[in-house]
Design a protein around this ligand. Structure first.
Ligand code: DX5
Ligand code: ZN
Length: 218
């Protein structure tokens, strides 16, 4: 399967969002990191901003909710223009119900796992998921270092998905750069999130195409 790329808006220049989004129009998705200052120690943006930028791009919106009790806001983020909504397993007591809420909005549903959360927790959910987002840093900030043990976690999840023929993509998020991209794709990542490696580069479009060519060689 062709590797897809989801640049994270978190690393962009927030004073020029409209122009920043144009720089990565060759991407497959726009990754939107929503943080509430409770589930993670940082606050970013909400549905109002997502709705405002939706009109400036045709890219599908891959919204990553790092918020406590996401069930309270599924409708808001769907109506704001999210095409995929990913919630954290650790942020709700009723993850299956949240997945159903997302699907009822007619959009794709994903579950994200913090680095310390084992993939076995998703065993009974995988048949219903469009994607699993493996956090390869502790959520909350861009620009952190990739946690090396996450490569084995990706490979393990990939084996389970392939063995059962599940229609579920693996997205990996955090600390992905040109130097470690190959091992992550080899392990089974389908979608790569990259913030600082793309928006932090002098030429984001060139950084994206360099990452694409590395992934294509795997
Ligand atoms: C972290 C976010 C990531 C972050 C990735 O909590 O979920 O999406 O923006 O940034 P980099 O690629 O810089 O690690
Ligand atoms: Zn993210």
């Amino acid at each position: 399967m062709k590797t897809e790329f989801a640049p994270s808006l978190l690393a962009s220049d927030f004073s020029q969002l409209k122009d920043q989004i144009q720089l990565i129009k060759e991407a497959d998705y726009l990754h939107l990191d929503v943080m509430d200052g409770v589930f993670v120690p940082n606050i970013t943006f909400g549905p109002g901003l997502i709705k405002a930028i939706k009109k400036h791009t045709a890219l599908p919106f891959d919204t990553h909710l790092m918020i406590t009790k996401p069930e309270r806001y599924i409708k808001d983020f769907a109506e704001a223009g999210s095409d995929i909504l990913t919630v954290h397993l650790e942020a709700t007591d009723h993850i299956h119900r949240v997945i159903q809420l997302i699907k009822a909005e007619g959009i794709k549903a994903g579950v994200s796992l913090n680095p310390a959360t084992p993939i076995e927790t998703l065993e009974y959910l995988l048949p219903e998921l469009d994607q699993v987002l493996i956090m390869s840093v502790n959520p909350g900030f861009g620009g952190q270092s990739y946690i090396p043990q996450m490569t084995e976690k990706i490979a393990k999840l990939n084996k389970i998905i392939e063995a059962n023929n599940y229609d579920c993509k693996i997205e990996v998020d955090g600390g992905i750069k040109t130097f470690n991209l190959k091992e992550i794709v080899e392990a089974g990542a389908d979608i790569i999130v990259a913030g600082s490696a793309i928006f932090g580069a002098k030429k984001p479009a060139a950084a994206l195409s360099e990452m694409r060519s590395i992934a294509a060689d795997v």
